[in-house]
Design a protein around this ligand. Sequence first.
Ligand code: SF4
Length: 97
Amino acid sequence: MAGRIPLSERLGADAFDTDPASHITLSDPALCGRCAEKPCIRVCPAEVYAWEADHLRIRYENCLETGACRIACEKLGNRALVWTFPAQGRGVQYRLG
Ligand code: SF4
């Protein structure tokens, strides 16, 4: 049975024009500390989110712009993520459609 494709290989199928400023921020980082489920970590196919010691690490430059993280957070009623598309059309550029 084939294993999971590594993240670098999955993201390598796309091109990224990284905005120097993050398009994902937190309205209140303390909400994440109290968030038991942290679904943003599980739903993101690009592994943008990880819990590191005492804070949510956001690797926005890998974002595939699905918006799944924001929806998952809002479903909990937290609304901790402030998510917009990257400025000036930057961000992911899909090569395969
Ligand atoms: S789901 Fe929302 S509140 Fe929970 S860890 Fe993720 S961003 Fe923070």
